[in-house]
Design a protein around this ligand. Structure first.
Ligand SMILES: C[S@@+](CC[C@H](N)C(=O)[O-])C[C@H]1O[C@@H](n2cnc3c(N)ncnc32)[C@H](O)[C@@H]1O
Length: 464
């Protein structure tokens, strides 16, 4: 059996608390902490009625979206009796311990104290997570390696799911710690499951923007009749039937490079009706005897042929129809991409390098209508994580809420959510942001692609 490897440090096991008076941190020794309950503050939008026990004993109803004001250590402890093993996905984005203390929140803890702060909260989060549920911690290079060791110990090395590297800043250092010879442009998301990862999550996919260079090659529009006449048939080497048809009529015209450019740089709304017909022509591979065999059955110039055959391997495995004109094959934009909302994107399997192109950190200053300089994460980043590790109706939690990105995205994606924030200013931002999400007056972030128009509600509580 593998022997455990653990990290130890001088303040391990000490409680580290948020100090409301200074907005910084305070050591609180290692004696058991007092129990602090949650008190109801207010409701917004439509929420389940508050049961008597929720007010007094804190028997929190898991169906309730919750925004909690206070130190997350006490909030997590207060939630445990009612929500142990009920949370599907936890994402946290704690202060990275960058040594900066001038920003909107304190970020210069002693290294050991930071680890103590993190470890105790991560252990509580694990208790709240359901079997097979997921924990994701967002960090930068300062504490990432230490947290990896702590989480290996807490969740088990066998339950490590992934470490995502997000290219947060393409061309500059974020750390701001003197002159670094190599710019640091990455942040990391460490992902673990509690026990073996649940099996009901579909394999994560990602949307990659299509480049202008690729898009502009799909510069023709083709329309064709459904009526077609079989002109040939043969059997391929695997013994599958191949049928070749000629179509009664078709038209092919230029899509107009200006139209394409407009669609690419502005909005696809104009091109939407044309999307299924955008195509390009390409020569067949000469070395493919099968393709040559197909073409030999299509002798007429300027006639549209189609072939039905069985593809044995690859992404398009199975019965396929392909179209041919003048010895060339017709490739459709819709076969390599999708129109999602107003964008044309390629849908690919998720990997663990999230580039600045895919998830830009720029242009998010106004997301949610609130400003959290430096700390705010893009809604698109949270959307990727929440879609990958939860289903509609699931419970998502973030106990370092900041400007409330996690709650906003979870709400728009029809998940339930709980957020905790200790800082008064950040808490007010979360509140304002969630109110506009509920009202349907937050048009930014993922609202459009999620088709979000408002609805639902949430309850505000505070740590007493
Ligand atoms: C990096 S920010 C999170 C940003 C967030 N992901 C977003 O997109 O806006 C970290 C937040 O954790 C909060 N925080 C720090 N210590 C906390 C504690 N003990 N309890 C609750 N919140 C805390 C800070 O006030 C800060 O707003």
């Amino acid at each position: 059996m593998e022997q455990p490897v653990a990290l130890t440090w001088h303040t391990q096991g000490q409680h580290v608390l948020y100090d409301e008076a200074t907005g910084g941190w305070r050591m609180a020794g290692s004696d058991p902490l007092p129990v602090r309950r949650l008190a109801w503050v207010s409701d917004y939008g439509s929420v389940p009625p508050l049961s008597a026990s929720e007010g007094i004993g804190n028997d929190i109803d898991a169906a309730r979206n919750l925004l909690i004001k206070g130190d997350n250590l006490f909030a997590l402890r207060a939630l445990l009796p009612s929500l142990a093993s009920k949370v599907d996905f936890v994402y946290i984005d704690p202060p990275f311990n960058t040594g900066r203390n001038s920003g909107p929140y304190a970020d210069n803890l002693d290294h050991g104290l930071w680890l103590s702060m993190f470890e105790e909260r991560a252990a509580l989060a694990k208790e709240l997570i359901r079997e097979g549920g997921v924990f994701a911690a967002h960090l930068n290079t300062v504490e990432q390696a230490y947290v990896r060791v702590i989480l290996d110990g807490l969740f088990g090395r066998e339950n490590f799911v992934s470490q995502v590297s997000w290219q947060r800043a393409p061309d500059r250092t974020l750390l701001g710690q003197g002159v670094a010879p190599i710019n640091d442009c990455l942040e990391y998301i460490l992902i673990y499951s509690k026990g073996p990862l649940r099996r009901d999550l579909p394999p994560p996919t990602k949307e990659e923007p299509i480049s202008w260079k690729t898009l502009k090659t799909y510069s023709r529009l083709i329309r064709m009749s459904k009526e077609r006449e079989k002109v040939a048939e043969f059997t391929d080497r695997q013994g599958n039937e191949v049928n070749i048809f000629v179509h009664d009529w078709f038209s092919m015209e230029p899509a107009g490079i200006e139209n394409l450019r407009h669609a690419y740089f502005h909005s696809w709304r104009v091109m939407k009706p044309f999307f299924p017909y955008l195509c390009r022509l390409t020569n067949q591979q000469r070395e493919s005897t099968f393709q040559q065999q197909l073409l030999s059955q299509m002798p007429d110039k300027d006639r549209l042929y189609s072939a039905e055959f069985v593809q044995a391997r690859g992404k398009h495995k199975g019965l396929r129809t392909r179209y041919y004109l003048n010895g060339q094959v017709i490739l459709f934009l819709k076969d390599i991409s999708e129109l999602r909302g107003n964008r044309v994107v390629r849908v690919a399997d998720m990997n663990n390098l999230w580039t600045d192109d895919e998830v830009p950190a720029t242009g998010i200053a106004n997301e949610g209508g609130v400003a959290l300089k430096r700390g705010k994460k893009p809604e698109r980043l949270l959307s990727r994580l929440i879609r990958s590790f939860s289903l509609e109706g699931d419970l998502v939690m973030d106990f370092f809420a900041g400007s409330g990105t996690t709650g906003a995205v979870a709400h728009k994606l029809n998940r339930r959510w709980i957020m905790v924030e200790a800082n008064e200013k950040s808490f007010s931002m979360c509140r304002k942001r969630m109110e506009s999400v509920v009202d349907g007056t937050d048009p930014r972030g993922i609202s459009r692609e999620a088709g979000w128009n408002g609805g639902g509600g949430f309850t505000i509580m505070r740590v007493q």
